[in-house]
Design a binder for this molecule. Structure first.
Ligand SMILES: Cc1cc2nc3c(=O)[nH]c(=O)nc-3n(C[C@H](O)[C@H](O)[C@H](O)COP(=O)(O)OP(=O)(O)OC[C@H]3O[C@@H](n4cnc5c(N)ncnc54)[C@H](O)[C@@H]3O)c2cc1C
Length: 257
């Protein structure tokens, strides 16, 4: 884990309320892997006091991108940053996605902003020889649907579900996952999921029923980000674990939902 100054390269709105920020920060980027996260000091004074956590959306040798939704004080501060501004970055934090050796079939399941850290994972998966990757993205509506073009551009079959039917199928992303697995019974894909708790719980249930490996990245509230405050403890089959330090990625069958 490194605390470093990052330089904002670009910071633009990709859809109303959603932003993509590219940051030059080789010290952190060189050590980062998909599924890990960083925390950013989102202000120049004492408010907000806590750093805000974000997944690595894309990673290169010289820096990274974060894809974020403007929600409150911290993300409002970020959305106002201009190219050339400096930010205080701490990372990489957490464990990241472990890609099981020898596997070739993968499903990426994203709900809402959970899609953000799955883009860098997708880029790693498509580099695996003969890998078959399918992305299923769920969002409230077309207005909140992100990354569909990105997944398609890197050659991934991409299926979309929206709650209101404004794009893709009118259903939950986990309904699409069920249909996909039903139609491809001979496949034994590893599922990587990130999104709201109920979606992850449903994905855990589906994968358990079908005997599939499933890794979930939890979006628990994180305060310190380094395992000191114990504020992000969750119950697992091997006792309490900290989302920030032992996660945010867990094998779905380890979690007591
Ligand atoms: C490991 C991890 C990775 C994340 N990655 C992304 C990402 O890539 N893109 C993205 O848009 N968001 C991501 N988030 C959520 C993001 O951290 C919050 O949206 C952000 O902290 C809100 O800050 P704020 O000051 O703008 O809003 P606030 O006004 O502080 O909070 C508004 C809402 O955000 C929630 N929130 C606040 N702080 C946190 C926190 N520390 N962790 C989780 N939820 C919080 C609160 O429950 C509240 O409902 C991630 C969260 C975690 C834990």
């Amino acid at each position: 884990m490194i605390q470093s100054a990052g330089k904002v390269i670009s910071n633009r709105s990709v859809k109303p309320g959603y932003y993509l920020m590219a940051v030059k920060c080789p010290a952190v980027a060189k050590k980062a892997k998909p599924g890990q996260f960083l925390t950013i000091r989102c202000g120049n004074g004492t408010t907000p006091l806590l750093r805000r956590p974000f997944g690595f959306h894309r990673i290169s040798a010289s820096g990274f991108e974060i894809l974020y939704e403007r929600i409150g004080k911290g993300t409002a501060f970020l959305s106002g940053l201009k190219p050339g501004d400096e930010i205080d970055v701490l990372g990489p934090l957490g464990n990241g996605f472990a890609i099981p050796r020898g596997k070739k079939d993968f499903v990426i399941l994203a709900g809402g902003m959970g899609v953000a850290p799955l883009a860098s994972l997708a880029e790693s998966l498509v580099r695996i020889k003969k890998a078959e990757v399918c992305a299923i993205i769920g969002a409230r509506s077309e207005k909140a649907l992100l990354c569909e073009g990105h997944f398609k551009n890197i050659g991934i079959r991409t299926l979309v579900a929206t709650d209101d039917g404004t794009c893709g199928k009118k259903c939950f992303a986990t309904d699409v996952l069920n249909d996909f697995l039903e139609a491809k019974q001979r496949l034994r894909p590893v599922i990587f999921a990130c999104g709201p708790g109920p979606m992850l719980k449903a994905a855990a249930h589906i994968s358990k029923k079908r005997g599939l490996e499933c890794h979930v990245s939890l979006e628990e509230n994180i305060a310190c980000g380094v395992g000191a405050c114990l504020g992000c403890a969750i119950k697992t089959r091997s006792g309490y674990k900290l989302v920030c330090k032992d996660g945010p990625v867990f094998n779905a069958k380890e979690i007591i939902w």
